[in-house]
Design a protein around this ligand. Structure first.
Ligand SMILES: Nc1nc2c(c(=O)[nH]1)N[C@H]1C(S)=C(S)[C@@H](COP(=O)(O)O)O[C@H]1N2
Ligand SMILES: [Mo]
Length: 302
């Protein structure tokens, strides 16, 4: 895995987040002629539409974090109660350097970099998020993955006193997720520590969360306190709850519908009331991961 991944989505770094003009909305409202008036040709206008990250406000006020409740606004409302200092991450299983790591120890000398990724929830909505993070591969390499390891398992913190969704038992907590080792080692896979150049907001999974942009959002587990290297496929919360609806792989795939809704299109958050749905792309547009699944039947192994 020698090559490092390069951003295909860009933004004007000079503009402070709060002042970011939502050009996507503006251009959509104006149509092609309006875009021409801005000095953008029709193709530029189309490109701009894909490139525009969602606003900080959108990214932090429309969340799934069931530890705080099932409503999209519950995380913003309640996550402030979560205690994130000190934070310790247990590393165990088939690894040379197991132990309890502080966040700083886990990151070591790795410097988080910006990655602007599409983010597609299994519920058929999507955003574009400017994350800061480090490649999970770099962390795993330093931890020393042993030869027998085939999977990486992750676990979210449980703080019942601070988490109304945990107290009500809306899911079987702790939230757990897992990746096959080659997925975990792919340069697109991040451990994210921030977004929009600020520490990770609590509702987005402070202080450290997984980001796997070619998979449905529920694979991107938040507020991680355990990383385990395993030989067997680890349990995953939604898969365990309903394996017919939520596969272990859960790669974004417009050709494999959820049993209760189509996955062919998605609603762009922030697109406004009359926004068109946009087509969902295979692997959420990250074709470079296709080789990981060669020889697999993606209809059966979803
Ligand atoms: N611990 C934990 N991680 C989680 C979830 C959750 O409920 N608990 N929800 C998942 C789902 S369904 C999605 S779509 C994303 C949402 O991430 P965001 O709120 O940062 O957009 O987080 C994922 N990670
Ligand atoms: Mo999701």
């Amino acid at each position: 895995m020698a090559h490092r991944w390069k951003n295909d989505l860009t933004r004007a770094d000079v503009t402070p987040p709060a002042l970011w003009m939502n050009r996507r909305r503006l251009i959509a409202a104006m149509g092609a002629s309006g875009a021409a008036g801005l000095g953008l040709g029709p193709s530029m206008a189309a490109a701009q539409e894909t490139l525009e990250p969602n606003s900080l406000e959108e990214i932090t006020s429309y969340n799934n974090f069931y530890e705080f409740g099932t409503g999209k606004q519950d995380p913003e409302r309640y996550a402030d109660e979560m205690v994130i200092e000190p934070w310790s991450i247990t590393v165990d299983g088939l690894v040379d350097n197991p132990g309890e790591y502080s966040l700083a120890e886990l990151l070591g000398d790795l410097t988080p970099e910006e990655r602007i990724y599409r983010f597609r929830c299994v519920e058929a909505w999507s955003m574009v998020v400017p994350w800061q993070g480090v490649e999970l591969a770099d962390i795993l390499t330093r931890l020393g993955v042993q030869d027998e390891a085939r999977y990486v398992a992750f676990e979210t913190v449980v703080q019942p006193e601070n988490m109304p969704g945990v107290r009500r038992g809306v899911l079987d907590f702790p939230y757990v997720e897992g990746l096959r080792l080659d997925e975990a080692m792919h340069p697109l896979t991040l451990l994210a520590t921030g977004l929009y150049d600020q520490p990770m907001p609590k509702q987005n999974g402070a202080p450290i969360r997984l980001v796997v942009p070619w998979k449905y959002g529920f694979k991107s587990i938040k507020s991680i306190v355990r990383i385990s290297l395993t030989a067997e496929e680890p349990p995953a919360t939604w898969n365990r709850l309903n394996p017919r609806e939520y596969g272990f792989y859960s790669n974004v795939n417009p050709n494999v519908d959820h049993p209760r809704w189509s996955q062919a299109t998605e609603r762009v958050i922030g697109g406004g009331l009359f926004a068109q749905r946009q087509p969902t792309q295979m692997f959420n547009g990250y074709d470079e991961v296709a080789s990981l699944y060669e020889g697999m039947d993606l209809q059966a192994q979803f």
